[in-house]
Design a binder for this molecule. Sequence first.
Ligand SMILES: [Mg+2]
Ligand SMILES: [Zn+2]
Length: 189
Amino acid sequence: MIKLVILDRDGTINADSDEFIKSPQEWQPLPGALEAIAKINHAGWHVAIASNQSGLGRGLFDVASLNAMHAKLHKLLSAHGGRVDAIFYCPHTPDDNCSCRKPLPGLFEQIGERFGVDLKGVPVVGDGLRDLQAGAAVGCEPHLVLTGKGAEFRGRTLPDTFPAGTRVHQDLAAFADWLVSRPPPRPAS
Ligand SMILES: [Mg+2]
Ligand SMILES: [Zn+2]
């Protein structure tokens, strides 16, 4: 079975904004984030992204702009020797009552189908509660980064609304260091 990690996008890989990220110019990677994805890849992991992009449904940008942001992501990442296999996004607004907007797990289910993997134990990394709730709903292993919206939890104990066993990392680079140095799971006996 392939090794897969699922990442949130805004606030986890790139700088987030309350005004939404609407263009490739506004899409700016966080320090060390692209290097972190490359490190994860080089340790044998595939990476998929699951991202709420309600700015689409709100009419703040169009799919062509989103594709251009992701072309920038792929290009900058490949310059660092890294690769994201797939980007799954929810284009809806909260009022659409869809099943793919995190904290609902629809994007994760799509990823599981695309990769043909059971998501149980698959690491999910995000800067917000709803990222980890969506992952936990399908059995993913939750990791919070303290970048983006996660900055509010620096130096604090996490509220117990977070899924049990949530691990906290300063940023994506710290998560990557943790992941690649983790001993492999013991074979089931
Ligand atoms: Mg985020
Ligand atoms: Zn949706």
